[in-house]
Design a protein around this ligand. Sequence first.
Ligand SMILES: [Zn+2]
Length: 304
Amino acid sequence: MPTPPHAIGFTLDPLDRVSEKRDDEAFVASLRDQPSTRFLLFVNNVPLFKRANGHEPLFSAQEAAAAGTPLQTVFLGRDAQQRALFAASFGDETESPLDVEAIELRPVAMQGLVPPPLVSALGEARSMLDWHRRHGFCANCGQPTNSAGAGWRRICPNCKAQHFPRVDPVVIMLVTDGERCLLGRQPQFLPGMYSALAGFVEPGETFEHAVYREVLEESGIRCTDVRYFASQPWPFPSSLMIGCFARAATFEVTVDRNELEDARWFSREEVAAMLDASHEQGLSAPKPFAIAHHLLKAFATGEI
Ligand SMILES: [Zn+2]
């Protein structure tokens, strides 16, 4: 099995989350007051960047305070320099006197506008803040809930239920048959782009069963021999991509047109050309920040 590369987006240098101290309010409060502490600021799930310094997403405590009262604050963890990082969200407007620009995280990650460790921290922050934004009411009794544990759970004061941030597992799999692999096109992809098939894991399934089911549903292909490759947090809003390889056991493709615009077999040479933008018909593959790129690359280079 090939070694997963470091280039996969949202995976490099995850923070030390100090999760055992999240309920220690004095500890968390002391971190907020340290001069080295930095804040990632979001407006409606979109991170803010200082215009003055290229694309700087780190704000001091004073700068964060000047932006107004946040709707939500989460302690993310400590970075490699031992700085504490917090995420804070605001509604439509902040009162920030700073010259800031809001840029969606997806283009920030795709274009490498900030260093990879900060892309990972921004992804963690986006998933957490989005969870708070959409889980303000108790799923058990319907009453408003309160943030607790430095932002890592919500508690219902009415029925006492505790709610934890969700992660939605998604299998993404490259099915191979010797010198060819199976790729599909979703209607919302950029024109000419093909990628590995993917789908959400359902309750009661193993990753392997989810791979078998999704590949059969989307392409009519039965597969076997599922092998794990690597995983990738995907903060839109809070998926975990589980990258796998599988081997085809049947070969005739029947495309599920509800899910896919097209699916077909591609040769190793064709996949290599799609990855380096030299395909004769202009077909393309996902960029290196997506785990799909690395599944395809491992195949194109003969590692699979
Ligand atoms: Zn409740």
